[in-house]
Structures are given as C-alpha cells and as structure tokens.
Unconditional design. Structure first.
Length: 315
C-alpha cells in the first residue's frame, strides 16, 4: 500500500494551550496544507487544495474523517465522479448528542454514498449501521493511543511519585483525576459536586481531586471549588500535552470521565495503560468496549450525581 496523509491545519484553536505538536510520532508521509489553526482557514481554499492533492496523488481509496466539514462533501462528490472508493471516519454514538431529524437525513445521504466506515467502537458501529451502512462495511478498533510509550513513561514517573507530588504541590495521599477540556459537555461541575458530597465523610480527608485541562468553564469551576470550600482538596493544573499528563496519572489512584457527550474518550485508554481503575460515564463510547464492571472500573449515568458519589465511595 502507498499512503499519503493530508493534514489540513496545525490544530484547533482550543488545543493551542496543550503545547507544541510532537512531530516525532508522525512516522508516515503527510503534508500540512495550512500552517495555522483550522478555524483560520476558509472553505474555498480547503476544497481547492484537498482536491488538488487527491488529483496529484491519484489514489484508489480516499479516506475522509467525517461529514462535518462541507469540504469533505466536495471531496466525496469528486471521488465518486472519478469512480474511486471512499471511506469515512465516524466517531459519534447515537446518544452523545440530541439528534435532530433533518440532520440525521443529511448524515444518511453521506453514509450511503460511502464504500466503508472506520468507527471508534461498538456503539459507534451500531449508530452508523442504523444510518444505513452495511455491517460488513464497518471497521472498528481504530481509536488508539501509543500504549508502549505511555506505559514506559508512566513506569519511570511512578518511581518519582513523591518528588512529583512536591514539585506540583499535591498534598493528598490519594487522588481522583480528571483529564480533558473544561467545558459544559464534559460535566466537570457534577464531578466537583460529587467530590463535595464524599468529602463529608470522615475517612475521605486523605483524598484529593486533580483536574488536568483548560477551557471556557475554568473560571466558573474554580469559583465553585472556592464556594464549596474545597481549594485544599482540588488541584487545577492547567492544560498539558500528552506526555506531561502522564505525571499526573502517576500521582493518581482513580480516573474519572463524567462526560455528557463523548464519542470515545482516549483519556480512558491512557488511564488504563497507567494501571488506574476508571469511573466512566455511559455516554462515552469507550465505556462499552473497555470497562468491565467491577473488574477494571465502573460506569454511571452522567445525570445521576448520587450514583457517581456511591461509586467514588467504593474507593
């Protein structure tokens, strides 16, 4: 197989704070079209340059990451007119957003024009088949992390756990950890309120909550922590790149992802590679493929704070 990857832009604006790109992991032939954020590109230029790249490379199969950008519809039409195969990536599950009927109709058109689909997991596969794709044309297990590198770094960092605690001023003996954007769909507010509830129990005095990430809700969440009197228990450490995040997995004991909307949740993979038990919202695609109830973690309804509190108290 001859492969060429076309990367439209450096990143999305919201991910700039995660630090510089680690180009060392991209060991495949790729071309960057725009040396700026995706939001700073325009539709006409994206369409023109994508189609030019396809024309020059002349592949047998074109893979697009979805239907969300109108540019990919132009790529789809160009590919079909030139009698080439097209595969789309599909990361959604049926329940990660409220579904609107006319948008579902549009998705069905796109899906039916494609020759195959790469999905994140079993829930994603169920949804795309419901939209009209044949089951034998859907391929899953394409959402993955660099397991070996993460595990190697984690084992090195774990040996330095006490030094890291002092360095980051983490004072608690045990810690829950959340990693992700600080935005409403991530449901971090419910996590903080659940932590407040468990903090009423005497034997929880040794437990803290590490929040790794940045986003539009950061100030609101920090104000909530102060209001609840939890500033000595909850640590906001800001946005970190994926290698720096491993420091905080090494300082933690239980991982929590409380999202209301989360097609997959790669941070679940990362936490499990680092040996952490996980508490994962059942709205996350990864829950259905990675979590074995009571064995490596637990799932919960992200609208049910009481259920999350009960699970946290198990630890």
């Amino acid at each position: 197989f001859d492969l060429k990857v076309i990367q439209i832009a450096l990143n999305e604006k919201g991910r700039k704070k995660l630090g510089d790109l680690d180009l060392s992991i991209h060991n495949y032939p790729y071309k960057l079209l725009f040396n700026k954020s995706y939001e700073e590109t325009n539709l006409f230029e994206r369409v023109r340059r994508l189609i030019n790249e396809i024309k020059d490379f002349n592949p047998d199969i074109v893979v697009v990451p979805g239907y969300f950008d109108i540019a990919y519809w132009f790529v789809l039409i160009y590919t079909k007119l030139n009698k080439k195969k097209i595969i789309t990536g599909f990361d959604s599950t049926e329940y990660d957003h409220k579904r609107i009927w006319f948008k579902e109709k549009i998705k069905k058109i796109f899906i039916k024009l494609c020759d195959g689909v790469f999905c994140y997991g079993t829930k994603s596969r169920e949804y795309v088949c419901k939209l009209g794709m044949r089951d034998d044309k859907v391929f899953i297990r394409f959402q993955a992390t660099d397991n070996n590198t993460i595990e190697k770094i984690y084992l090195e960092k774990f040996k330095l756990k006490e030094n890291l605690k002092n360095s980051y001023k983490i004072r608690k003996k045990y810690n829950f950890i959340y990693v992700g954007r600080l935005s409403p769909e991530k449901n971090v507010k419910l996590l903080i309120e659940a932590f407040y509830e468990i903090n009423k129990f005497e034997n929880v005095i040794d437990w803290g909550l590490i929040i790794v990430g940045d986003g539009p809700q950061k100030e609101e969440l920090m104000n909530l922590v102060n209001k609840l009197g939890l500033k000595d228990f909850i640590y906001f450490v800001g946005g970190k790149n994926w290698k720096e995040v491993i420091d905080f997995y090494a300082l933690s004991d239980v991982f929590i992802l409380p999202s209301i909307s989360e097609p997959w949740g790669l941070v679940v993979n990362e936490a499990m590679i680092c040996g952490l038990p996980v508490i994962v919202s059942k709205r996350c695609g990864s829950y259905w493929d990675l979590v074995k109830e009571g064995v490596n973690g637990f799932g919960f309804d992200p609208f049910n704070q009481k259920e999350l509190v009960e699970i946290m108290l198990k630890f």
